[in-house]
Write a protein that binds this ligand. Sequence first.
Ligand code: G3I
Length: 333
Amino acid sequence: MSTNPSPHLRDLAAPRNFFIGAAVHTGAFSGDESDYRDLLQREFNVLVAENMMKFGELSRTPNTYDWTHSDALVDFAAQHGMKVRGHTLVWHQQLPKWVTSSQWTTHDVQTLLEQHIKTVVGRYRGRIWAWDVVNEAIADSGGYRTDSFWYQQLGPEYIALAFRWAHEADPNAILYYNDYEAEALNPKSDGVYALVRDLKQSGVPIHGVGWQMHVGEGWRVSDGHHQNAARLRELGLELAMTEMDVRCQTPATAAQLESQATSYREAVEFALATCSALVLWGFTDKYSWIPRFRPGYGAALPFDAAYQPKPAYYAIQQALVGTDEAAQAQAKD
Ligand code: G3I
């Protein structure tokens, strides 16, 4: 049984009109671990599907959709007063084999993508707070990612088309461009800035930029983060930290876990001032993607594999409490 540290993160975030969330692991969520669901609804006020809303997970055979898991997630969030981030409509990964292994004309692919976006967004119209419409379309160089099926089939136009289709399907959903390692100032974040600036100036319905925040222990906020956030917000876009985890070399030492806690605290303090939300990519080390994809690393999340809070959890809690004044103000409530 997990300990139940209070005050819970969502109870501290709500009075500050801030959203603190986690990605939901399909197997854990649909399994019989009551700890998993209990902790989700106790601590967080926004959820995102780690995988269950991706093209390859929803539509494994042509023109069919399995909504079992995504419906369960959206229903759970509604039952517990939580918002949902939709992830993700257009990505170069986790595409169905029936899409990538077939011969299509350009018109076929455009129709296919429009139908996919309108089917998924339409199903959850009014129930999804924000969509990661396009994920990871910019390369490290700052140019377009050219190893994307969508880029190869449709050219860069696929990006604007995707946003327009998503907006047609749900005019009230907040539409994000989402990427990784484009948080501080670098060629990639310059490329993301140029992309979203041009989209915005062309009248494309884009509303926000997601910083994934897959970082390593030792990460700290820098001037580059502040400068990048400022230029994006000057475009009239909102920001969110969408997939945060702070990987450590494993087994993580106490010193590494304290450093990890500092990473989380600085990120939350930054997000409170600049972002609509901070979403973790999972919440327990038991179900993190890191060990499989980054061998030798793990221990990236605020709860350990036994659902026990780590120093990172308490650092997030304290950052949400904020200054003494804010804490005293909250204490009076
Ligand atoms: O669902 C299939 C299952 O049917 C099959 O039997 C099994 C065989 O291995 O694979 C299952 O799919 C796996 C999927 O996760 C669901 O568990 C894929 O192999 C596996 O590659 C996939 O990994 C996900 C990864 O994206 C894909 O690149 C991770 O869980 C997920 O955490 C990760 O998340 C991404 C974000 O969406 C975008 N930003 C980066 C982030 C980390 O890569």
